[in-house]
Design a binder for this molecule. Structure first.
Ligand code: TYM
Length: 337
């Protein structure tokens, strides 16, 4: 096997801070399953990030376990992908601290997610929320990945991760590989169904704006039927993010689900108007999610299996992560134990 070419590596993660959304599915998970043959893939459940916002402990545990099941049900074969829980690999917190000391206050102050989340949680603007990008940089850099597949909203965090790595490498010599974000062509920015100028998000106050991966089909359909379309007089299905954000969002979702181009979708609904389009998108989403929902439910009834998956994942992840951590500790001058 000595001649085997080393596969390029991928790492990504999702916070189990609630039920997974259609945005996380289309922007991230859906694209992950196809990468397993070509890449060496690590997918994390970013539970440590979730406590930057107050969580109900029992709910966090439930969401984490459900997310393990949903990863597998979405096609991530645990034999081919390393699936692990962030808090099970202490190296994340350990490298996170080191990187805190190589990240500037000014850099962190410019992060859009910090600004958004501190506005939403004005009574809990904690230090973790502020230094979150350092922990995320640690999540990534520990695994020396080539690519980080994420939705558009996480691009800034991958960029600051590169900046931190570049700074560290500049001081201590090559330590971290610089990763590239890997953002899908369609589905990278799924917007709320009720306020299409905002990202679809589980923290959205309006329950009708966000669709969940494990939601009942009838609820998904209802949300799509009620989705806000635009008040333009044209009323035809045409892609125009600027002037028709509602319809364009539905077109992006439909395109991500069916693989059809915007031109093909425009032709399919030519002369039909918004009323015909919305339920078709809803149904396509329901059909895409149906087998995943069934498989998630089946897996959740086998807790012992899920446990075996995340235990094995933590072991494999720790092996790689600790190797990088040892290198970093040595470089900064910590005395070896
Ligand atoms: P999180 O948990 O908010 O989102 C998980 C993934 O889903 C994508 N996503 C979306 N894509 C398109 N449209 C949307 N409406 C939408 N909402 C979410 C996100 O871009 C992301 O890819 N900080 C990260 C989690 C994280 C991470 C990491 C990611 C922690 N450590 C290391 C990559 C590498 C986060 O909060 O994503």
């Amino acid at each position: 096997m000595e001649n085997e070419v080393q596969k390029k590596r991928i790492l990504s993660g999702i916070q189990p801070s609630g039920d997974l959304t259609l945005g996380s599915y289309l922007g991230a998970i859906k694209n992950w399953a196809a990468l397993a043959d070509e890449y060496d893939c690590y997918y994390m459940l970013a539970d440590m990030h979730t406590i930057t916002v107050r969580q109900v402990p029992a709910e966090l545990r439930r969401h984490t376990l459900t997310q393990v099941a949903a990863y597998i049900a979405s096609g991530l074969d645990p034999e081919k992908n390393v699936l692990f829980v962030q808090s099970h690999v202490p190296a994340h917190a350990q490298l996170g601290w080191v990187l805190d000391c190589y990240t500037m206050f000014g850099e962190l102050s410019r992060m859009t997610q910090f600004k958004d989340k501190s506005a939403k949680n004005a009574d809990n603007i904690n230090a973790g929320l502020f230094t979150y990008p350092c922990l995320m940089a640690a999540d990534i850099l520990l695994y020396q990945p080539d690519f980080v597949p994420v939705g558009e909203d996480q691009k800034q965090h991958v960029e600051i991760c590169r900046d931190i790595a570049t700074r560290f490498n500049g001081i201590y010599g090559d330590t971290f590989k610089l990763p590239d974000p890997y953002i899908p062509q369609v589905g990278a920015r799924v917007m709320s169904l009720t306020s299409p100028e905002k990202k679809m998000s589980k923290s959205d106050k309006d329950p009708n704006g966000c669709v969940y991966m494990l939601e009942k089909p009838e609820d998904i359909l209802r949300k799509f039927k009620r989705a806000i379309t635009d008040s333009d007089t044209e009323r035809c299905v045409r892609f125009d993010r600027e002037n028709k954000p509602g319809v364009s969002n539905l077109m992006s979702i439909y395109s991500a689900v069916t693989g059809r181009s915007f031109e093909a979708i425009e032709a399919e609904f030519d002369g039909k108007g918004y009323g015909a389009f919305k339920p078709v998108v809803g149904e396509a989403v329901v059909e895409m999610l149906r087998p995943i929902q069934e498989e998630t439910r089946r897996l959740l009834s086998d807790k012992a299996y899920l446990e075996s998956v995340y235990r094995a994942g933590a072991e494999k992840a720790s092996y790689v992560a600790e190797k990088t951590l040892r290198k970093v500790y040595k470089k900064v001058g910590f005395l070896a134990r």
